[in-house]
Design a protein around this ligand. Sequence first.
Ligand SMILES: *Cc1c(COP(=O)(O)O)cnc(C)c1O
Length: 429
Amino acid sequence: MKYYSLNKKAPNTTFEEAVVRGLAPDKGLYFPESITPLEASFFENIEDKSNAEIALEAIRQFIVPEIPEDILKTIVEGTLSFDFPVVEINKNISTLELFHGPTMAFKDVGARFMARCLGYFNKTNTNDITVLVATSGDTGGAVANGFLGVKGVNVVILYPSGKVSDIQEKQLTTLGQNITALEVDGVFDDCQDMVKQAFMDKELTSKMQLTSANSINIARWLPQLFYFIFTYKQLKSKYKDIAFSVPSGNFGNICAGMVAQKLGLPVKHFIASNNANATVVNYMLSQTYSPKPSIQTISNAMDVGNPSNFIRIQELHNNDFETLKSNLSSFSYTDNETREALLELYSDFNYVADPHGAVGYLGAKDYLKNNEAHVVFLETAHPTKFLDVVEDVIKENIDLPPQIEAVMDKEKVATKIGTYEELKGFLLK
Ligand SMILES: *Cc1c(COP(=O)(O)O)cnc(C)c1O
């Protein structure tokens, strides 16, 4: 499979090069040259297959033979060593819990898959690859954990000092080995700017192979299509029309669901559920795309004013607004509405959600006002990762899961930096 740049000013390339580069030389996102639907029998007999078998069949065309099938099988099995349960909320709404991985965020799937692919490609290289990431919270932990111990790959994570939760900081700073945490005196945008500057620094990039690990990278983006198919496997005997409500920030997750749909997965509709960062909601109303600076909210992993994957969503719908509109609805919610949804889920259905899942629940309810379907909202993080907000709303303490408890006792190790020159000095040393 070849990949092309959505800016159309760079040569087509291989899976390997697209993964190692992250972004095309013309700064465009990579996109697969074709998406061939799976055989109808794949969906007819899905109950008989394990998650790893489903995932392998679904992603094979994008990756084999550049990664041989038997190795891809090992990568998929290693990535998916936890559960993806669908929990029924009521007769019209269920939730897909994506927080059973090691850092309790859905990003575990993409990060673990990408780490294994890079590890495979870099096995025979003598030069290490450096993965450079800026994080406002969840990405850093999932990437750090996913890449831990992968030979030939060093991970450097920049996070804003005092701006991530205690749990998130522990997940970033206690692993050691090939993972280094840099505590930046600044906010998330400063971390992001430093990372961008590093990628554009010719002196630096001539001396080391740098890559990114956000959902721009196809190896982190594509495997997110797996769990939409796992949901179908669990619900197909019960519900005919299934729609997905996806709490969205950079729109990588929902876009991967749309790739699953292109593969033949029966999905009635997608709902992009947003917090106050409503760039896509406004686009769907006005057909004018105007990115905005991000607004801080209690569902902070979705505080994105210019979603990088939206361009991939448009490509999947042939850049045709009417086609997109028939497949995607989009809603935006305030923090107060999100808190009310958390409380409603808890008091009416005895379900403890996190703020991102609560936004997804609100999207599901709004869609159901005018449509019939069974709507599955994605629970993208475990509620303990947003402990302050959740406990304050439901007025109960929630127990720390073992994955989280294990890191809380470990000692933080981070190097403080304040300027780009300090980052560069650190990388070159
Ligand atoms: C990253 C993240 C999101 C947003 O996912 P996108 O793929 O960027 O749209 C939603 N919820 C949580 C908890 C996240 O960490």
